[in-house]
Design a protein around this ligand. Structure first.
Ligand code: NAD
Length: 490
């Protein structure tokens, strides 16, 4: 791999310019707009996953030691579902949508036509490097665009595989992969795109948005944040504990944007919850989780150091009640729970994005909402309770990209729900039909004939015409009759 990386031609601003020019030329032929082209690409993507699953699983293992089950289900099967859903529904999504018209334009008919935006850029991240690179592309293809994908350099094996597979299976005159890090992304960002979908952190999101603003390019920002889990005391504790574990350590060892970031529970319930975590974690990952094959490793030494810093803060390190073991050489950190962490600690103020789970204590469960709402808006928020009123209050008062009651992370798998953030956790959304919409322009089309040419629009303007137009805009038949008879107040 090293020699391949060394021999790669340098990708500079000039290369980026040429690339966009080539894709614009391909788009201009109208090829990507045809239903057949879209269908062929999506079917080819499914074929690619069927034929190359072992290679994809191996690349994800190289990059993250990702367990095979997590790769097969959360990256490959999820993407296959996304493709199949688009294949099944695309014809319907592409159809113009009838729109109602009013008296103002009578007689007329109207429709909303979905048209591709043009040439779009997808910048992806490293934690689900396969899914998060190709899932937005499913929507971009379904909507009929030409596409450039820039995978994350932090997952180099998957990035290289994506470059190879996209070239092998998809139409390379319209869909390209540019591998690289900051200089390559910067070169891409200098170009004019018709949309940019960026997945990653908020700092880089600001760089991407500033570059997009220069060309008035619209963006979808899929960002992160601290996803809270409120745990009430009237619950099935075992089921709740397992579902939190599955969403935290069972999702790339906590390196997932919608993984539970911290728990909020009551002072008099916390110990029961901790005991349940200890019991279930040992059943899932054994007595020595450093050896477990079912936990991803930390992606690289920078992130290992970042997580260690969160754990080693003075006011935090004494709060570890479970786990805390680290293996620096193999980049492993065990599932770690911290009880009663102070609110001003680093771990309670930064997105954790790893296997550490602090528990924050409140007197009453209702106090949890203030804790959440005092921070930035999360990408996801979770509540475990049986109380109807509490669920209602949660939905009414917590603003987040998505909410799940009595589970974690599973909303991601529902293509009927939009996936995206709000405020600091992002803008725009995708998945299912929302992906198609994210990469389409909704063109308003109004059809008229030459009959009924309303004289009232034209000068010379009179009080009578004013009265009639007012009545038309009010949609009042009676008003129109009155105006025509000259009885209008105007
Ligand atoms: P990352 O470091 O891989 O960066 C993301 C992309 O930005 C990469 O392609 C990278 O090359 C590019 N990039 C980095 N620095 C840049 C710069 N200075 N200029 C231009 N491009 C640059 O990934 P990350 O940011 O560490 O990802 C983790 C974050 O992503 C977390 O905050 C997580 O919550 C969020 N995330 C969100 C989602 C979602 O769907 N909402 C999914 C996964 C991760």
């Amino acid at each position: 791999m090293t020699s391949e990386v060394e021999n790669k031609p340098v990708f500079c601003t000039e290369s980026a310019k040429e690339l966009v020019k080539e894709l614009r030329a391909s788009f201009a032929t109208g090829k990507t707009k045809s239903y057949e082209w879209r269908l062929t690409q999506l079917n080819a993507m499914v074929k690619m996953m069927e034929e190359k699953e072992p290679q994809i699983v191996a690349a994800l293992h190289d990059d993250l030691s990702k367990p095979e089950l997590e790769s097969s289900i959360y990256e490959i099967a999820m993407l296959k579902n996304s493709c199949r859903l688009a294949v099944k529904n695309m014809k319907h999504w592409m159809m113009p949508e009838k729109a109602k018209t009013s008296l103002v334009t009578f007689p007329s008919s109207a429709e909303i036509v979905s048209e591709p935006l043009g040439v779009v850029l997808v910048i992806s991240t490293w934690n689900y490097p396969f899914l998060l690179s190709l899932d937005p592309i499913v929507g971009a293809i379904a909507a009929g665009n030409a596409i450039v994908l820039k995978p994350s350099e932090i997952a180099p094996a998957t990035s290289l595989l994506l470059a190879r597979l996209v070239a092998e299976y998809l139409d390379s005159s319209c869909i390209k992969v540019v591998e690289g890090a900051v200089p390559e992304t910067a070169a891409l960002l200098e170009q004019k795109w018709d949309k940019i979908l960026y997945t990653g952190n908020g700092r880089v999101a600001r760089i991407v948005m500033a570059a997009a603003a220069k060309h008035l390019t619209p963006v979808v920002m899929e960002l992160g944040g601290k996803c809270p889990v409120i745990v009430d005391s009237d619950i099935n504790l075992q089921v709740a504990t397992r579902r939190i574990i599955a969403g935290k350590w069972g999702c790339n060892n906590g390196q997932a944007c919608i993984s539970p970031d911290y728990i909020i529970t009551m002072k008099d319930y916390a110990q029961k919850l901790i005991d349940s975590f200890k019991y279930e974690l040992e059943r899932f990952y054994g007595k020595n989780p450093l050896e477990s094959k079912d936990l991803s490793r930390i992606v690289n030494s920078n992130h290992f150091a970042r997580l260690s810093k969160l754990l080693d803060e003075d006011k935090v390190s004494s709060k570890i009640v479970h786990g805390g073991e680290r293996d620096k050489e193999n980049l492993k950190i065990t599932p770690t729970i911290l009880l009663d962490v102070p609110r001003d600690s680093l771990i309670m103020n930064e997105e954790i994005f790893g296997p550490l789970l602090p528990v924050f204590l409140v007197d009453k469960v209702e106090d949890s909402f203030d804790v959440i709402n005092s921070g930035t808006k999360p990408l996801a928020a979770y509540l475990f309770t049986n109380k109807k009123k509490l669920k209602e209050k949660f939905v009414a008062t917590v603003s987040a990209g998505g909410l799940v009651i009595n589970d974690t992370t599973v909303h991601l798998a529902e293509p009927t729900l939009p996936f995206g953030g709000v405020g600091d956790s992002g803008m725009g959304a995708y998945h299912g039909k929302f992906s198609f919409d994210a990469f389409s322009h909704k063109k308003a089309v109004l059809y008229r004939g030459f009959a009924c040419d309303a004289f009232v629009r034209y000068p010379p303007y009179t009080r009578g015409k004013l009265g009639l137009l007012r009545a038309l805009f009010d949609g009042s038949i009676l008003g129109i009759i009155r105006a025509l008879l000259g009885w209008s107040k105007a």
